[in-house]
Ligand binder design. Structure first.
Ligand code: NAI
Ligand code: MG
Length: 353
């Protein structure tokens, strides 16, 4: 099967880790029956500097015909972050209704957690973040700007449809895992309207999934428990803002930003999902071949799973974890001295050897 992949390397280390991911895919494509057709798009801050927009007007349409989008990172000094975010990432996530942001938090073999005495058996959960609505809405405004009476209002939008589809995804994901537990983040004790509504949607759906143990946590104690008792958690679902925060906290306990993968998913196979490492463009280390490609390679694993290539995904993840488990070839952020390409070479050797 040939999968059409849109590549957006973006900026900074995105230009270094994306080729690492592509090399892994090309190594897998040596197998009969698996092929990738890559189309590269130059959308980035450099593109912005030349054209005044992050992507052309029909950029979304150009991406539409692909089976998946693989993105490195966007953002660079000189272009305000809200320009790069609202000009590229958010339009892609919203136009394609990629309403699931999925972030696995799992301590890979051989890596050290920031949490004392925690090993791979303790940290293995999945954060499912609502990716299209919630606290990140465009509804609101300012009044009396600059005056002592100045005020700002930002509305949170939680819809029944939006909650149902993310919760359904979370429940089904919990069903696919051996522990069958779903924790959900709320703050219905302090936020009077939107969070009780969210809780009601969970309560209404739970009876359809009698095999799932559902646990409610207010987001503050949930954050604390992810640090003190990560082993309690299996699937964690939250609205956009809460999910965003928890899904940065999680990877911080599992080897850091250089290893954290993510996916923006629309489960409808007719619409492309977008896969991207959690990290940004890291201007401080860009261009030196020292960026850790683990986040990107693991992101590629998630893309393969979404494309239905489970055995290729398992093999690539196995190769990646064999290399981390061995602990000999690691990049600097993990205490080693290997470069981006050297680490990638090692993973490919493991994969094909
Ligand atoms: P960042 O994730 O780029 O970097 C934070 C720190 O982690 C830096 O010290 C960096 O060197 C290090 N780091 C990140 N990825 C690494 C890797 N693979 N290997 C080794 N070290 C790594 O976040 P920062 O500095 O806040 O943002 C830089 C730019 O990236 C900004 O323009 C920001 O808007 C953009 N950004 C883009 C994102 C995206 O494309 N999804 C996400 C986050 C930030
Ligand atoms: Mg974030």
């Amino acid at each position: 099967m040939t999968h059409r992949i849109a590549l957006i390397p973006g900026d900074g280390i995105g230009l270094e880790v994306t080729p690492a991911g592509v090399r892994c895919l090309e190594a897998l494509a040596q197998r009969p029956g698996l092929n990738f057709d890559f189309t590269e798009f130059p959308y980035s801050c450099e593109y912005y500097a030349r054209h005044g927009t992050m992507m052309p007007e029909d950029g979304i349409e150009q991406l539409r015909g692909h089976d998946a989008i693989l993105l490195g990172a966007v953002g660079y000094p000189g272009v305000p972050d809200h320009v790069s975010l609202w000009g590229l990432l958010l339009p892609i996530r919203r136009e394609f209704q990629q309403y699931v942001n999925l972030r696995p938090v799992r301590l890979l073999r051989g890596l050290t957690s920031a949490l004392r005495d925690r090993g791979p058996e303790d940290i293995n959960y999945l954060v499912v973040r609502e990716n299209n609505e919630g606290e990140y809405s465009e509804i609101g405004g300012r009044l009396y700007d600059g005056l002592p009476e100045a005020m700002a209002v930002q509305a949170t939008v939680i819809t029944r449809k939006g909650s149902e589809r993310i919760l359904d995804y979370a429940f089904r994901t919990a069903q696919s895992r051996p522990r069958r537990r779903l924790a959900y983040a709320t703050k219905s004790n302090g936020i009077k309207h939107s969070m009780p509504f969210w809780d009601e949607q969970v309560a209404a759906m739970a009876p359809q999934y009698p095999d799932i143990a559902v646990e409610q946590y207010h987001v503050d104690i949930l954050a604390a428990n992810l640090v003190t008792h990560p082993d309690w958690f299996d699937v964690v679902v939250g609205t956009n803002l809460f999910g965003d925060i928890l899904s940065d906290l999680g990877p911080a306990t599992a080897g850091g930003i250089g290893v954290a993968p993510s996916a923006n998913i629309n489960p409808d196979p007719a619409i492309p999902s977008m896969f991207e490492p959690v990290h940004g463009s890291a201007p401080d280390i860009a261009g030196q071949n020292i960026a850790n490609p683990i986040a990107m390679i693991w992101t590629v694993v998630m893309m393969l799973e979404d494309l239905g290539e489970q055995s290729a995904a398992d093999d690539l993840m196995g190769a990646l974890e064999a290399v981390t488990g061995e602990g000999k070839v690691l990049t600097r952020d993990l205490g080693g001295n290997a470069g981006t390409t050297e680490f990638t070479d090692r993973v490919i050797a493991e994969l094909t050897g």
